[in-house]
Design a protein around this ligand. Sequence first.
Ligand code: 5CA
Ligand code: ZN
Length: 409
Amino acid sequence: MHAWPASEVPALTGQGRDLRIHDTATGGLVTLDPGPVARIYVCGITPYDATHMGHAATYNAFDLVQRVWLDTKRQVHYVQNVTDVDDPLLERAVRDGIDWVGLAEKETALFREDMTALRMLPPKQYIGAVEAIPGIVPLVERLRDAGAAYELEGDVYFSVESDPNFGQVSHLDAAAMRLLSAERGGDPDRPGKKNPLDPMLWMAAREGEPSWDGGSLGRGRPGWHIECVAIALEYLGMGFDVQGGGSDLVFPHHEMGASHAQALTGEFPMAKAYVHAGMVALDGEKMSKSKGNLVFVSALRRDGVDPAAIRLALLAHHYRDNWEWTDQVLADAVERLGRWRAAVSRPDGPSADALVEELREALTNDLDAPAALAAVDRWAVLQSERGGTDEGAPGVVSRAVDALLGVAL
Ligand code: 5CA
Ligand code: ZN
């Protein structure tokens, strides 16, 4: 699939710093030391009800990761998927009496538009589950042939017991895993499974549902976790730097993914850091497609809200916090954008050298975007109250805010 156009990232003077970021698997901060090409896989949308503020907040976090790396003069190899065939997508298409392919295409197109408007850097490979099927089938066959997978009434399941490291991403106990598995696409109560937690790798064709040739697996469609593993391993290879997503992907999705990869390669972990963004809520509940309590990026854009203000609203929250979207959050962001734009509209101002270092320090400290915004706020106050004689300082601020925060002033 094609991704979306890249906005330019200005190069900043001085030295970028290495990223320290929270890794769910080890439970602490890790300092990442990627090679000249940093590798990141971010789980993409299931294309219906896109793009809501929760999605946008999560992709914003991983956009910051890339901007920090780019500031160190590294290249970034970014891969993202689109889960363009899965139960919830098919169920939505049936509910609305529309074609599932058309639904996925329309929602993916809207997502691209929203990402472009928000200045999110595009992935180098943007890969749909459907187009990944030829790569998924041989992996499932290998898992089966190695004894890490088994068949149940034509479906193929992964055996979690085949992985000695199972549990090392989420560190949850069996009861919590079972609950989350039932909530998030698993089928712990299906009779005949070796372990209730075992996830499906390949689902045999069902009447009235789409299916593809699966070689020795028979016709069917891929499971969710193997989709991301196949795409990540094909384009990034084992041991990439970051796997990212919202905290609702910790279990089962990223746990199972790590397990699949371990069974396939004998290596753990698949990603050096498992990074998870907090959940955005509306009216006290997690913003989710199933509840329908959604605020869409495209609806705000249609109402004339500047995408830079939407981005500032996201950046006002630490990516690991759970937070609530309110009208006030947006109003504050609109007001801040106005203040910043006024501050950079003059040819001179207070020196910006310290500010650039403060932005670097804030972002490399577990992506502390609120601290970065506070630093720009302080410079803008100085500018409006006292001004300054440093020629070009507003331009330096403008480029730094663009390069490191993705906000065009
Ligand atoms: N296609 C899978 C990942 S492979 C999926 O989870 N799709 S999704 O459309 O449901 O979510 C896309 C991303 O947005 C995921 O990283 C998910 O964790 C994140 N996300 C979903 N809801 C929220 C929310 N309310 N707040 C923050 N992030 C969210
Ligand atoms: Zn995924």
